[in-house]
Design a protein around this ligand. Structure first.
Ligand code: ARG
Ligand code: ZN
Length: 510
């Protein structure tokens, strides 16, 4: 939110009279929303309310083709505007008229409508396209994960580029309809609820609908041979889970983890308040990746996360993101601690619940595990930089910061904050600074030093135990130097993102 200039009524009137509305010159929408980490992500000049994505996919050739229809409102007088996209475009219509278009930069589709668009007016954009998404790379990287039986779009901070044109930044959320035609025997998974399917002449069309605001990177598409299961939680929330038919020896552990989704979402609701969406679930495709992604309501998991047995911890992590990340999303990618710090902390709460180590014990373990000269401490979780957006410091030190907050404000205020924040900010965007202000308001305490110490200092803070009061019988005094016993949940928690490469979700050094 920008501070408004205070202008007297008289001078405002004079300005209005001096510049008649008809004199406004339409100008191009910006090629990015101005995110400091990724200046070209998203676009300026319009606000999307809905995506209607209608595709056909052939698993044998990886050919993806169809149209995306975007409903938007112009936020300025526009001479042209951009979408973010990398596949080949054949045609663009703006408000029903053919528009000129060009692919530029890393992922920009520049659209020049046949006539300018006035600020505040509705805009309908139809983009007709085709491509082989698995073959399109940006700096050696593709968010389209090819599987033996199809493909999956799931990555962070960008995945949309490879399957639909969009205003690709979390600040522009929208509702989604996704409809994909595939050969019979192949299934299609996307976000929200299935609105039915129809078969004809060897092809089946699957339809999915997300009715709650959704960020573009949280939209997912999975095509392949899946075993799909539907159920409801005791409170009536639909649960949809899907498992690739080729999970092999990981099949049992994957199901034993993801089938607990309903129980775990109810358990998390006790901490975070009412679940924000109209369905929940997850899918496990046959991909070689080692990360999961909190794709809205329909979570993406990797089989590798279940290679050593069931892992409910990763399910808790991704479900926690439905509140911290999906319902309340980052304002800028630098605010990633609001996602990962809290999703990781929820795993610590689950560990405590399962008697596998308390949150305080795991915080102490993290603190001792990384010596002061370890590069771990050079990453500031509150502003890690684009190259370290998904570094372990954002998760582990980020969760120590949450424990430090708990120790500073006390359990009562802490749990009030944990539940109040996603309730107050539901479906919105927020910054770390806004979270700090909220925690200060609820706790009545100044938290500047705490946030500086744990989130914004590129070295190991001299605050063992995340500021917890020393226990009466804390063992021998010399124990300070020794590494505490490894919490029983430690390895499972680390497996959530065990295959993180350079910590950059985008996979190319920035
Ligand atoms: N938000 C995801 C998680 O922690 C992280 C995705 C990281 N992506 C990657 N390509 N490493 O659950
Ligand atoms: Zn996460």
């Amino acid at each position: 939110m920008r501070k408004r200039l205070i202008v007297s009524a008289a001078s405002a009137l004079a300005l209005l009279l001096a510049v008649p509305a008809s004199a406004a010159t339409p100008s191009p929408g910006a090629a990015g929303v101005g995110d400091p980490y990724y200046p070209t992500y998203g676009n300026g000049g319009y606000d999307v309310s809905h995506y209607d994505i209608r595709l056909k996919y052939q698993p044998a050739t990886d050919l993806l083709e169809g149209t995306t229809t975007i409903l938007a409102t112009a936020t300025q007088d526009l001479s042209r505007f951009n979408l973010d996209f990398v596949l080949d475009v054949q045609q663009v219509l703006v408000n029903g008229r053919a528009a000129r278009f060009a692919s530029t930069g890393e992922a920009e589709l520049e659209i020049t409508p046949d006539r300018p668009i006035a600020k505040g007016s509705p805009v309908t954009v139809v983009v007709r396209y085709s491509g082989v998404p698995g073959e399109v790379e940006r700096d050696g990287y593709s968010a389209w994960l090819r599987t033996p039986d199809g493909g999956v779009a799931a990555n962070e901070p960008v995945a949309a580029w490879w399957w639909f044109p969009s205003n690709d930044h979390p600040t522009d959320k929208a509702t989604f309809d996704v409809s994909v035609l595939v050969p019979d025997g192949t299934q299609v998974i996307s976000n929200g609820l299935s609105t039915g399917q129809s078969s004809r002449a060897g092809w089946t069309r699957y339809n999915w609908r997300q009715t709650k605001p959704q960020a573009t990177y949280l939209a997912t598409l999975a095509i392949g041979r899946f075993d799909v299961r539907t159920d409801t939680t005791p409170s009536g929330l639909p649960v949809i889970t899907a498992y690739s038919k080729d999970l092999g020896e990981n099949d049992g552990a994957a199901r034993a983890s993801v089938e607990r989704t309903g129980e775990l979402v109810d358990w998390l609701s006790g901490y975070f308040g009412e679940y924000p969406f109209t369905s929940v679930g997850g899918y496990v495709p046959n991909v070689p990746t080692g990360y999961a992604l909190e794709t809205q309501t329909q979570i993406f998991y990797s089989p590798a996360q279940f290679a050593r047995g069931a892992n409910t911890s990763v399910v808790v992590h991704e479900l926690a993101h439905q509140w911290y990340g999906d319902s309340v999303s980052v304002q800028r990618w630098s605010d990633i601690w609001l996602n990962e710090g809290f999703a990781r902390y929820s795993q610590w709460l689950w560990s405590e619940h399962e008697n596998e180590g308390t949150a305080q014990e795991i915080a102490d373990y993290v603190y001792s595990y990384y010596p002061a000269n370890d590069a771990f401490w050079t990453v500031k979780p509150g502003d890690p930089g684009a190259d370290h957006q998904f570094s372990s410091a954002v998760y582990d030190r980020g969760a120590v910061a949450v424990q430090a907050l708990r120790n500073t404000v006390g359990d009562e205020k802490f749990f009030q904050i944990l539940k109040g924040w996603p309730t107050e900010r539901r479906y919105g965007n927020a910054t770390v600074q806004q979270f700090q202000a909220y925690a200060e308001r609820i706790s009545g305490k100044k938290l500047g030093d705490l946030f500086t110490t744990w989130l914004f200092t590129p070295s190991k803070p001299a605050v063992p135990s995340a500021g917890a009061p020393a226990k009466a019988a804390a063992g021998p005094a010399s124990a300070a130097a020794a590494l505490p016993q490894e919490p029983r949940s430690w390895k499972k928690i680390q497996e959530t993102n065990s295959l993180h490469d350079n910590g950059s979700g985008h996979g190319h050094g920035r």
